[in-house]
Design a binder for this molecule. Sequence first.
Ligand code: GLN
Length: 494
Amino acid sequence: MGDLADLTILDAGDGLRAGDFSSADLLEAVTRRAAVTEAHLHAYLTLDHEGAAQAAEAADASFAKGEDRGLLQGIPIALKDNMCTRGIETTASSRILDGWKPPYDATVVTRLREAGAVITGKTNLDEFAMGSSTENSAYGPTRNPWNTDKVPGGSSGGSAVTTAVGSAFGSLGSDTGGSVRQPAALTGVVGMKPTYGIVSRYGLIAFASSLDQIGPFSRSVADSVAMLDVISGFDPRDATSINAPVPNFGGSLDRGVAGLKIGVVTEFMGEGIDPHVITATRAMADRLAGAGAEVVEATLPSVEYALSAYYLIAPAECSSNLARFDGIRFGHRTQVEGTTEEMMAHTRAEGFGPEVIRRILLGTYALSAGYYDAFYGQAQKVRTLVRNDFTAAYGHVDVLISPTTPTTAFSVGEKAADPIAMYYSDLCTIPSNLAGDPAISVPIGLDDAGLPVGFQVMAPSLGEEVMYQVAAEVERLAGFTERALLATSTVVAP
Ligand code: GLN
């Protein structure tokens, strides 16, 4: 057997139940892996050695007593550092929250703990989840394990990398416009954004509340199902939580795609998308047809305005959400003396990085009297049009497919000075956030430079079961998962 850190969650679970190894062994394996990879990649901001060791011990004690709380019991999982963890520093990669220890756990964290998962630590992100490269972190960038001159994507770049290299077996990220799917694509792992409202946002540091959803990173589609099963479900502490039983996400994983109708999104197969990415996507679409699906062209005419609408709605919501960071209630407070107003202004100027300030300014402007209708109001109308486009498309196809990202991983620094170029990274992912629908990125191969290519499967609201059904077939056809593991661990190992 190879290194334990390279197992999927399901295989690790089989080994735990067969008594081949313990949760403490799994934790040791990921800790050893992190000791090698962190110096090159900087995926973690905090490693909670003590808490993780206790959780692993508790999981092993449960197994010994014959208690089984499901597929995540004893499995080391990493969390993006914008999810509150009681007593463990939670920074959202911002100076303004430097040293802040939340007094409570986010609901997803509570659910993971109740399921017996072992939380390894907190991972790096673009400050407050604003970005597509994990370069906007106040604590320094995370790098791509496939080529350390490249970005891992973002904003959940740290979480993506822990799963890619085996410094965790899976991880959670948040996806407001693509922040789980885009870094998953760029690092060669599976990343999914659930239907809005099926995973609680309680304890997730809010960026844009009408778009934010927490989702899992994993090394296989089946692992993604196992994680979503644990973190989803009604939570009275999130006012937007759907009060209904969650669908059977994994019910059709083995069913194949025969009889399904799959639409290739025309708008994401042309201008603005790298020709190599288009070729790889088209080849997979053909293979899905070969596997028995009916593959047709589908059009979402309003998506050409989706990016613009997102960059009004998300900043508008963030300008309101981030008003709470005022030097009084959380984290950093300026040393500069003055009136309360001056204290707040200095605290915010010192605490927020340039991208966060840009978003707050944009959002405040878009919401101001006299401009509200022209900007925010208009963007909301576009959001409705995008949602209507999806509804119309799902009137004749079961799922939609597209590239996850316009390009494979780009170089560190390449887009840092050009916000608009950076914003384009989320061209293909943002529409699902505007619509509130589920979508997943599955790795399908490597480009000529040896960098992973992601393939996106989108489904209607609460359509996770059919989304996972198609994703599982894509995974089988691509046969990529094991290569990703091998390649990433050799790239970074000495
Ligand atoms: N890259 C997008 C942005 O910067 C999406 C971020 C996210 O999904 N959190 O807003």
